[in-house]
Design a protein around this ligand. Structure first.
Ligand SMILES: *Cc1c(COP(=O)(O)O)cnc(C)c1O
Length: 393
């Protein structure tokens, strides 16, 4: 109970819905209806069926032998990289499109940074025959050109966000503006555990399939449901929240959330929110965010577009404050090294986002029989040009 949301949409001091009055009807409609809709047996059946037959769940829990040998513990990878479209983001997109249908919506909007959430959203819109508009920062469109092409091929309209720093936070602002202008027919699919309540809770529930499966798989493979450690990278925090969800009440499981330090926490080019951030309002919720003394959002930086976000979701802010999870950070260089290591020890090229979680294994000390689960949130195909540039292949 200490970890979950209260009636007002707060996790301890964080959360809520700080939105312009014009957005109030949209968010209030969601708040009033989502629990009943996703609790319905018909919804659950369709969600489970699509996760199985379309996404390819359950995703495997893989005991990485050579990695385990290197670190002296049993390292298990939760293979969200094997999902259709290549990351965990599809879990949430499927849940929200089913919800949008039941709310009678005809048009979907989304924001995207790395392009992964945009691709997941464009994918489920194609699947359901819904109109799709994705807002993306102009700079991110250049950095992630293959994902822009994917979205277009899937039938989505990609609109460049040209204001501010031309990245994720600007795309989010544009999407909110669109939603204000189209309150009746449009559903806004937010891609992480951020935004006004009920989004953080809803997205966490859709992603919680990750830890639900992991518990069962650990029990089958090791005879124990609980590992010693669970690690995941944190941008907004959705793969981490999904990976932590069913372990929150199991206090003996150590939860480790890995943020992007970028070029170093003190370099001025970082996205390590838990170290650099202070409490404030970001994208409709009270959380921790990187801001100047007069409250301007500080531009974050990470080599991985998916971790390049100035805040963390409100539930993470709470878990950080009460120290239920430990928040650590990893630099660009450390993450690229970890990506190379995983490629050459296990034959798996990870997304650079996910590589941040693996890099932290280097800094941990294990007992021989420790079971450690790392969320492999996505595959590295989209990041190949970055790896090539760094390593000079
Ligand atoms: C988007 C993304 C992330 C970061 O988002 P979270 O909401 O923090 O999970 C991490 N890994 C991959 C592969 C992504 O695409």
């Amino acid at each position: 109970m200490r970890y979950t949301v209260n009636e007002q949409g707060y996790y301890g001091d964080f959360g809520g819905a700080y939105i312009p009055e014009m957005l109030y009807p949209n968010v209030e409609e969601l708040r009033q209806q989502y629990l009943q809709i996703i609790g319905d047996a018909g919804f659950k059946n369709e969600f489970d069926q699509l996760l199985k037959d379309y996404v390819g769940r359950p995703s495997p829990l893989y005991l990485a032998k050579r990695l385990s040998e290197k670190y002296g513990a049993n390292i298990f990878l939760k293979r969200e990289d094997l999902n259709h479209t290549g990351s965990h983001k599809i879990n949430n997109a499927i849940g929200q499109i089913l919800l949008a249908q039941r709310l009678g919506k005809k048009r979907i909007i989304a924001e995207t940074g790395a392009g992964q959430h945009g691709v997941a959203t464009a994918t489920v819109c194609a699947l359901m025959g819904m109109q799709c508009v994705v807002y993306m920062g102009e700079i991110d469109m250049e950095r992630q050109a293959p994902n822009v092409a994917r979205m277009k091929m899937l039938g989505a309209t990609v609109v460049p966000a040209t204001s501010g720093s031309k990245t994720l936070k600007d795309a989010t602002n544009e999407a909110m503006r669109d939603w204000i202008g189209n309150p009746v027919d449009t559903h806004y699919i937010i891609g992480s555990v951020v935004g006004p309540y009920p989004y953080p809770e809803m997205v966490a529930q859709f992603q919680s399939i990750i830890s639900l499966e992991t518990k069962k798989q650990l029990l089958e493979q090791t005879g124990k449901e609980l590992p010693e450690y669970v690690l995941a990278c944190v941008g907004g925090g959705s793969n981490a929240m999904g990976m932590f969800y069913h372990f929150l009440e199991d206090e003996q499981v150590k939860l480790i959330a890995v943020e992007a330090a970028g070029k170093g926490v003190d370099s001025g080019h970082s996205a390590a929110t838990s170290v650099l951030g202070r409490e404030g309002i970001l994208h409709g919720s009270r959380t921790i965010l990187m801001q100047t003394d007069d409250g301007q959002v500080v531009e974050p930086y990470s080599i991985s577009a998916g971790l390049d976000y100035p805040g963390i979701g409100p539930q993470h802010a709470h878990l950080h404050k009460i120290q239920r999870a430990q928040y650590v950070n990893i630099t660009d260089d450390e993450s690229l090294q970890a990506g190379l290591l995983l490629s050459q020890l296990e034959g798996i090229i990870p997304a650079i986002e996910s590589a941040h979680a693996f890099a932290y294994l280097e800094k941990m000390k294990f007992e021989k029989d420790d079971n450690v689960v790392v969320c492999l949130s996505g595959r590295g195909d989209k990041d190949l040009s970055t790896y090539i540039k760094h390593f000079g292949f």
